[in-house]
Design a protein around this ligand. Structure first.
Ligand code: MOS
Length: 712
C-alpha cells in the first residue's frame, strides 16, 4: 500500500459511459463498466498480460484422511516446461496458521479428499496441468467419517456461531409454553450441502519485487487478502497490493478471506522468480473454496388459539471440517423474525473429514429460513390460519430476544403489498384443490429478512483542476452493480452530473475497506464515499471554489462513525409469493411465478437492486428444486462437481420472477439510509416454493431439494 500522501495510480481506469444524470441517486443507471463487460474487454484476474508469467497447477489429495508418505515428482519434473514441483517438504515455510485452509503445502496430514498436497509450476498452463497428473502421491490412510447425522457422537457446542453470534439463546419457559400451546408443530428439516458457482472460477496472478507482493485476485475482499498474505509471508500489509477490478461472481466463495489460489500463486512466484498464474477449475471450486454446510434443523412452534406464537424453538446442526471450525449461524433468524414470549435457539456442530464449509449467499439465514418459514406454514395449516395473516399477527414491535427497537421494520408492509400484487386474496387453502389438466397448481409464501449492517472503510475524493472529480474506494463489484451505485452516490454528494465523476475501485492501494459480502458493501462504502465527498466540498469552499494545479485530495475513514451507531435492531425484510405446478403423472415441478416485495431502506439504483433480488430469488428456486452436493460415504467426497451433475437453475427453470421495492425512510442506519440487499432475496425463497408445492399436492417436503419422487 502506498503512503497516504502519494497519489494512487490505478491499473485500469473505467471510462464514464456517457450517461448524463444529474443527482442520479435513485435512478436506473446502467453499469458504468457495462460496455467493457459485454464486449469482453473487462479484464478478470487471470487475463492481465503480465510479462514472463508462468503457470501453476495444484495436485489434489486422492485420499480422504491420513498422512502423506511419498510425493514423487520425478515424472512431472521430466515433463517439458516444468520448472518445479512443490509439496510439504520443499515448499517455503508460511508464517501464519491462522486459517488452516491457507496453510498450504506445509504438513503431511490429509484432512479431506481433494485437499491440495502439491503444486506443479511450468512455463505453460498445459504443461503444468499435464505434469500435475504425473505426480505420485502415497499415504498411510485412515478410516474416514463424512456423513452428518443428528446423532453423531462428535456433536459439540461451538463457543460462537458466525460471525460472532451467541451459540444458544433461551427466553422464558420454552418447554412449558410449548406443552400447553393450543396448536403445535414439531418437525425436522434438512438442507443439503450447496456449492457456490460463480461464472468466473477462482484465479490469481502474483509476483514479487523484492519483498513487495502484487496480486491480481478474483476476490470479494482485497483488504482481507492483503492482510492474510502479509501474515502468511511475514511481510508488512503495506508491502502487499491486491487488485480486483472485475469479478465474475462469488456468492461468498471469494469473501471473508483469501482462497488457496492466491496463496499458491504467491508461493510459487517466490520459488521460481516469475509472476505465476493460478486458476482453479470448476471441479476444484466444488472442494477447495468453501460451500454451504448441510443442516438438520428441528423446529418447534406453539401457538395459542388466536394464532399467536407462544413458543418458538429452533435447534440447528451443521458440519465443519477437521481442519477448522466454521459454525453456520443457522438458527439466528429465528431470534428476530417473529414475536413470542418463550423461545430457544441452539447450534451444534460436528467436525468431519470433509472440505471446510464457508460462506454462501445469506449464510445462516438461507438454510434457517427454509426451516422457520416452512414450519410457520405448517402451523398455519394446523391452525387453519392464512399464512400471511399469521405472520402479520406475530409481527414484532421490539426485537424479541433483546428488546431493542427496530430502526424500521417493513415486514408487514411487504406482506400486504406482496399479497396484493400476487393476488393472494380469496385463495382456497385446501391442498391439491386446483387441478388443471395434468397439472396440480398451488400457491405458497414465505418471509425474508437479513441484518442491515455497515463496516468501516476508507475513501479518497479528489477535485481535479479540469473540473472533474475522482472518487476512489477499495470496493469490489462482483457483478452487483456496486461500482455504479458508488458512482451515483458520489455524483449526488458532489452535486454534479455523473459525467463529471470518475470512480475507481478494487485496489488495496487505495486503502482498507469492507469487502463485498454480508450485503453490507454498498452501505459501508457508500458511507465512506459520502464522507469523502462532503469533506472535499468543505475544502473547496475554503479554497473559494478554486482548484489548484495539483488538485485537492481528501482521505477519510468511517471507523468512528460506524462505532458511534446507536443500538437499534437493523434488518431488511421481504415477502415472497410463489405459484407452482406439479405434473400428476411425473411429479415434474415448475415454478410459474415468484414475486417478492422487499423493504431495504433507500434504494440507490432500482435497476441493479432489482437485478440483485431477482438473482437471489432465482438462486432460491435453484435451492428448492435442484442444488445438492451428493456425498458418497465410501469415496469420502461430494461426487457431483460440475454444472452437468450439479444443476444450477437455468433460464428454462425460471419463468416469471418479479421483485418490487417499497419505499422506506430509515434515519438510524448510515448517511444514505440504505440497508443492503444482495442476499435478501434468497432468504425464504426456497420455503415459498416448498409451501406452494405443499398447497399444490398436499405433500410436505422437509428435505431439500424437492425431488419428483417426493411427490409421487
Ligand atoms: Mo456473502 S456469503 O456475505 O459473500
Amino acid at each position: 500500500m502506498k503512503g497516504a500522501r502519494e497519489r494512487v495510480e490505478l491499473e485500469s481506469e473505467i471510462e464514464v459511459a456517457g450517461q448524463d444524470f444529474r443527482g442520479a441517486f435513485g435512478a436506473d443507471v446502467t453499469r458504468v463498466e457495462g460496455r467493457e463487460k459485454v464486449t469482453g474487454t473487462a479484464r478478470y484476474a487471470f487475463e492481465f498480460p503480465v510479462p514472463e508469467a508462468v503457470y501453476a497447477w495444484p495436485v489434489p489429495s486422492p485420499f480422504v484422511k491420513g498422512r502423506l508418505t511419498l510425493i514423487d515428482p520425478e515424472a512431472a519434473l521430466a515433463t517439458n516446461g516444468v520448472l518445479t514441483v512443490l509439496w510439504h517438504t520443499n515448499a517455503m515455510r508460511l508464517q501464519s496458521q491462522e486459517n488452516p485452509e491457507l496453510y498450504l503445502l506445509q504438513e503431511p496430514t490429509i484432512a479431506y479428499r481433494g485437499q491440495f498436497v502439491a503444486l506443479v509450476v511450468a512455463d505453460t498452463l498445459e504443461a503444468a496441468r499435464h505434469a500435475a497428473d504425473l505426480v505420485v502421491v502415497e499415504a498411510d490412510t485412515r478410516p474416514h467419517d463424512v456423513v452428518l447425522t443428528d446423532r453423531h457422537p462428535g456433536l459439540y457446542r461451538p463457543v460462537k456461531v458466525n460471525p460472532t453470534y451467541q451459540t444458544d439463546t433461551a427466553v422464558g419457559d420454552f418447554d412449558g409454553a410449548l406443552a400447553t400451546a393450543s396448536i403445535r408443530v414439531d418437525e425436522t428439516y434438512h438442507t443439503p450441502a450447496e456449492h457456490n458457482n460463480p461464472m468466473e472460477p477462482h484465479a490469481s496472478i502474483a509476483w514479487w519485487e523484492g519483498d513487495r507482493l502484487t496480486v491480481y485476485d478474483s476476490t470479494q475482499y482485497p483488504t482481507a487478502v492483503a492482510t492474510s498474505l502479509a501474515g502468511l509471508f511475514g511481510i508488512e500489509p503495506d508491502a502487499v497490493r491486491v487488485i480486483a477490478q472485475h469479478i465474475g461472481g462469488g456468492f461468498g466463495s471469494k469473501g471473508g478471506h483469501p482462497r488457496p489460489n492466491v496463496v499458491l500463486a504467491a508461493m510459487a512466484a517466490r520459488h521460481v522468480g516469475h509472476p505465476v498464474k493460478v486458476a482453479l477449475t470448476r471441479q476444484h471450486q466444488f472442494v477447495n473454496v468453501g460451500y454451504r454446510t448441510p443442516t438438520i434443523q428441528r423446529m418447534r412452534l406453539g401457538a395459542d388459539a388466536g394464532g399467536r406464537l407462544v413458543a418458538i424453538g429452533h435447534d440447528a446442526i451443521s458440519q465443519s471440517s477437521e481442519l477448522m471450525e466454521f459454525a453456520e449461524q443457522t438458527a439466528v433468524i429465528t431470534r428476530w423474525m417473529y414475536a413470542g414470549p418463550h423461545r430457544r435457539t441452539t447450534h451444534r456442530l460436528v467436525r468431519l473429514d470433509v472440505p471446510s464449509p464457508a460462506w454462501m449467499r445469506a449464510p445462516g439465514e438461507t438454510p434457517g429460513s427454509f426451516a422457520l418459514e416452512s414450519a410457520i406454514d405448517e402451523l398455519a395449516v394446523a391452525g387453519g390460519w392464512d399464512p400471511v395473516e399469521l405472520r402479520i399477527r406475530n409481527d414484532a414491535e421490539f426485537e424479541p430476544e433483546d428488546g431493542l427497537r427496530y430502526s424500521s421494520r417493513g415486514l408487514v408492509a411487504c406482506l400486504r403489498e406482496g399479497a396484493h400484487r400476487f393476488g393472494w386474496a380469496g385463495r382456497d387453502p385446501r391442498p391439491a384443490s386446483n387441478r388443471q389438466g395434468d397439472w396440480l397448481l398451488g400457491t405458497g409464501m414465505a418471509a425474508s429478512t437479513l441484518p442491515a449492517r455497515a463496516m468501516p472503510s476508507t475513501a479518497i475524493a479528489r477535485a481535479e483542476p479540469d473540473g472533474y472529480f475522482h472518487v476512489l474506494i477499495n470496493a469490489v463489484d462482483i457483478g452487483t452493480g456496486a461500482r455504479t451505485a458508488l458512482w451515483q452516490v458520489a455524483a449526488r454528494e458532489l452535486d454534479v452530473g455523473l459525467e463529471r465523476v470518475r470512480i475507481s475501485i478494487g485496489d488495496s492501494a487505495i486503502g482498507p475497506a469492507m469487502g463485498a459480502g454480508g450485503s453490507l458493501g454498498t452501505a459501508s462504502w457508500g458511507w465512506a464515499v459520502v464522507k469523502a465527498c462532503r469533506a472535499l466540498c468543505d475544502r473547496l469552499r475554503l479554497e473559494g471554489g478554486k482548484v489548484p494545479e495539483g488538485g485537492i485530495e481528501v482521505r477519510v475513514d468511517t471507523a468512528n462513525d460506524v462505532k458511534g451507531l446507536q443500538p437499534y435492531a437493523r434488518y431488511s425484510f421481504g415477502a415472497q409469493f410463489c405459484q407452482v405446478r406439479v405434473d400428476i403423472d411425473t411429479g415434474e415441478i415448475r415454478v410459474d411465478r415468484l414475486l417478492g416485495v422487499f423493504a431495504a431502506g433507500r434504494i440507490v439504483n432500482p435497476l441493479t437492486a432489482r437485478s440483485q433480488l431477482i438473482g437471489a430469488m432465482t438462486m432460491g428456486i435453484s435451492m428448492a428444486l435442484f442444488e445438492e452436493g451428493a456425498m458418497d460415504s465410501r469415496y469420502g467426497a461430494y461426487v457431483n462437481r460440475d454444472l452437468a451433475t450439479y444443476h444450477v437453475a437455468a433460464c428454462a427453470d425460471v419463468r416469471d420472477v418479479e421483485a418490487y421495492l417499497i419505499e422506506e425512510e430509515d434515519t438510524h442506519l448510515n448517511p444514505l439510509g440504505i440497508k443492503g440487499l444482495g442476499e435478501l432475496g434468497i432468504v425464504g425463497a426456497a420455503a415459498a416454493v416448498a409451501n406452494a408445492v405443499y398447497h399444490a399436492t398436499g405433500v410436505r417436503v422437509r428435505s431439500l431439494p424437492i425431488r419428483l419422487d417426493d411427490l409421487l
